[in-house]
Design a protein around this ligand. Structure first.
Ligand SMILES: Cc1cc2nc3c(=O)[nH]c(=O)nc-3n(C[C@H](O)[C@H](O)[C@H](O)COP(=O)(O)OP(=O)(O)OC[C@H]3O[C@@H](n4cnc5c(N)ncnc54)[C@H](O)[C@@H]3O)c2cc1C
Ligand code: SF4
Length: 695
């Protein structure tokens, strides 16, 4: 991220700025005012350079403010012009808290290196911290659902086509699901071409270890593509949804930005209808997925700890767990008071270096791309091996349409390259892995009026997003609440299962999240009235919150309602003129009741741990997990793909991403997306000779 010193405000505007900034951040006995902090002008320039989008609105309000009483003007802006006030507040506090002298005074070391000691994970669990979890045993003592019969797969030895420019397999989307398929097909000797609309990301560009991080985190580095607007992004029309799906479009897909929580769906999560009469069963069972989960744990270089009584048994992941840190210990103490389940979380983050791939340094900014290259995003784990085995990855290639022939088979895709030229790629088999939004969009744009592979009418329906909220707990002690991973230090499945007595369906996964640095700490108090948030109060809030707080996050399992949809917007297009997806989603009464229940329990968990204050934070404007829009099932009338994720309608078209989930489960989905992609890819490889392909 280039930071240049730019003179973007006139000297009159700067005079007005410092007047207002000093009202927001005044001097106290221990802290200087905004304008008095050493080299204040330099830090103002740096904040303006980091947020060029704020310069024009700020300049306009400063022109108006010139000559007026700063105190009265700041209060007027706060009550009458929230956007203008927000621009002022972000630049004023952004510059102030980037200032290294201020950071020293408030005791914030920044997102610097803090690699764990080799025995730190063990040390954090000292004094029998986990004993109550073992004594309690499984939360859910109902017998596991009976395993389905697993179809034996007989390996066949011959390849698909090998016909000149025509690839054996075309993969659309180089994210989680697509990269697993590409790697394994290439390793098995198939010719693979992948079309990805984004490019390769450079770890050094990610903002997490830079002074500007918190200023740019919800701007040009936002997980929301409508805010971020990178060239690879496509717009989402979300006026009919309180939630905007978040994603990242690049080699590695959304694993570039993901928080790397790594959890499997459990046996009961596959069988909601059998066990509770709710929604649907998956056509496959946990037992069928188990070997693939275990293989993916190794390939994705997962760190974690075996033995959780609430998790299916099996071998430990490849790498030892990351330390739970002071916030993890504090959270665990509260959970132990209540005799509630918790476990040190597993991560797709390297706790130790693997070959040339770095280990985690706990900068705590995983959700904005790992600047150290320590996260196991699939650009680091899958793509180097796929390419080594001959896979061709075409970046900057936005697929507009999947092509078909008169026999109802897919023949390849038409895409727009970086120069804006239309290109065509032919293939014997097409795998779509564009995520729950991108895949539905592409199928609806292909195959005519009703879309491709849509005889069930379900393409784009049953969207699930895992609505997410959190309760921030503030503590007396300094818990170094900025320490990574971000991520989750602990995970709880205490309220993950359906419980009839609660009066709403299903449950939630809980996770402990760090809070970041001074700006993130302050922004969490934005709801307070002016006098409790600004002026001298700003310093008190920083002192009480920075390092002293963490979130218990709750992500609920939402049901697959046909009214929650991805369709094609009639007007909005991306930069290549391709129609954009339109999202419609409702947080219904049942979801709201689930969220309210989980938040009330999370508040209790903080109180049991000794929190002096709790604040509910509503993150439900972002949809973290994009699931369900091309349901997997055995019946072509009620599902889009079969149990091997082949389209019922187009036998050489596969969907290998989160879109195929019949239900969302309470757990973060990427472990299941990758394991399922591996399961279906292995089957495709093993039965390649039986695969119907275009002549
Ligand atoms: C901020 C954030 C935090 C998250 N945290 C977690 C977590 O902690 N744990 C977890 O399990 N999950 C997490 N997730 C979700 C996780 O990232 C996704 O579940 C996972 O990456 C989805 O895999 P996928 O293969 O379905 O799609 P993606 O990984 O999104 O990949 C889709 C790819 O397809 C490409 N594509 C789409 N359409 C086209 C087209 N027309 N032409 C060419 N290319 C196209 C996209 O550019 C993208 O690269 C998080 C997501 C985000 C955004
Ligand atoms: S994985 Fe997360 S905590 Fe670890 S170094 Fe990367 S950004 Fe920092």
């Amino acid at each position: 991220m280039a930071v240049t010193s730019v003179q973007t405000l006139s000297s009159e505007q700067r005079t007005a700025f410092w007047g207002l900034a000093d009202v927001l951040i005044p001097a106290t006995d221990s802290m200087p005012a905004a304008s008095e902090a050493g080299s204040a002008e330099k830090w103002l320039d740096r904040a303006l350079a980091a947020r060029p989008d704020l310069v024009a609105p700020l300049a306009a309000l400063l022109d108006e403010a010139a000559g007026r009483d700063p105190e009265a003007e700041a209060r007027r802006l706060h009550s009458e012009d929230p956007d203008g006030f927000s621009a002022l507040a972000q630049i004023a506090s952004g510059g102030y808290y980037m200032n290294l002298k201020i950071r020293k005074r408030i005791g914030y070391p920044g997102q610097g290196k803090r690699p764990p000691f080799s025995d730190e994970a063990e040390y954090d669990l000292r004094d029998g911290l986990l004993d109550p979890v073992f004594e309690r045993g499984p939360v859910n003592t109902a017998p596991a659902p009976a395993p389905d019969l697993v179809e034996p797969v007989a390996p066949l030895s011959f390849a698909l086509s090998g016909n000149g420019d025509m690839a054996d397999v075309l993969v659309i989307g180089a994210g989680a699901g697509g990269s697993v398929a590409a790697r394994h097909l290439a390793e098995a000797g198939f010719s693979v071409v992948c079309l990805e609309q984004g490019g390769w990301e450079n770890a050094g560009d990610f903002p997490g270890d830079k002074l500007e991080w918190e200023l740019v985190a919800d701007a040009q580095w936002s997980p929301n593509p409508n805010t971020r607007r990178h060239p690879a992004d496509y717009p989402l029309e979300c006026s009919g949804s309180p939630i905007t799906p978040v994603m990242y479009n690049a080699v590695g897909g959304s694993t570039i930005h993901f928080c790397a929580q790594w959890v499997r769906l459990r046996p009961q999560d596959y069988k909601l209808r059998t066990l509770h009469g709710i929604a649907d069963d998956w056509p496959i069972s946990y037992e069928e997925m188990k070997p693939y989960y275990e293989q993916i744990d190794q390939e994705m270089q997962i760190s974690g700890m075996a033995g959780d009584p609430n998790y299916p048994p099996g071998p430990a992941p490849l790498l030892p767990p990351l330390p739970i840190g002071p916030i993890g210990r504090k959270a665990a103490e509260g959970m132990n008071q209540l005799n509630w389940h918790w476990w040190p979380a597993a991560h797709a983050i390297r706790s130790e270096a693997v070959g040339s791939l770095a280990a985690c340094e706990r900068t705590g900014a995983c959700m904005w791309g790992c600047p150290k290259g320590a996260k196991s995003s699939t650009d680091t784990t899958m793509w180097p091996i796929a390419i080594q085995h001959g896979a061709k990855l075409v970046t900057g290639a936005r697929v507009r349409e999947i092509t078909t022939n008169g026999n109802g088979l897919a023949t390849g895709a038409i895409y727009i390259d970086r120069e804006g030229n239309e290109q065509r790629q032919e293939a014997s088999v097409v795998i779509v892995a564009g995520n729950g939004v991108g895949t539905a969009r592409l199928l609806l744009l292909s195959g005519g009026e009703d879309g491709l592979a849509n005889s069930s009418g379900l393409v784009g329906k049953r969207l699930m997003l895992h609505p997410y909220m959190s309760v921030l707990g503030i503590y007396e002690e300094n818990l170094e609440g900025w320490l990574g991973p971000w991520g989750t230090q602990l995970l709880s499945l205490e309220f993950a299962d359906h419980d009839e007595s609660r009066g709403f369906p299903l449950g939630a996964q809980w996770d402990v999240m760090p809070l970041g640095g001074p700006l993130f700490s302050l922004f969490r108090h934005d709801e307070l009235p002016f006098d409790e948030r600004w002026g001298p109060a700003v310093h008190d809030l920083t002192e009480s919150t920075l390092g002293h707080a963490f979130d218990w996050g709750v992500g609920i399992e939402d049901l697959p309602h046909e009214s929650n949809t991805v369709t094609i917007d009639p007007a909005l297009t991306d930069s290549d003129g391709i129609p954009a997806p339109k999202i419609r989603f409702t947080i219904d009464d049942e979801m709201r009741a689930n969220l309210d229940f989980q938040l009330a329990r999370a508040r209790e968990a903080h109180e049991a741990a000794g929190a002096v204050k709790t604040i509910v934070a509503d993150w439900s404007q972002w949809g973290w997990h994009l699931l369900g829009t091309t349901r997997m099932g055995d019946d072509p009338a009620t599902s889009v793909v079969d149990r091997w994720c082949a389209s019922h309608d187009v036998p050489n078209l596969y969907i290998l991403d989160g879109a195929v989930f019949p239900t969302s489960g309470p757990m973060a989905p990427t472990s299941t997306i990758c394991a399922n992609s591996l399961r279906c890819t292995e089957r495709l490889i093993a039965r390649a000779g039986l695969q119907r392909i275009p002549a």
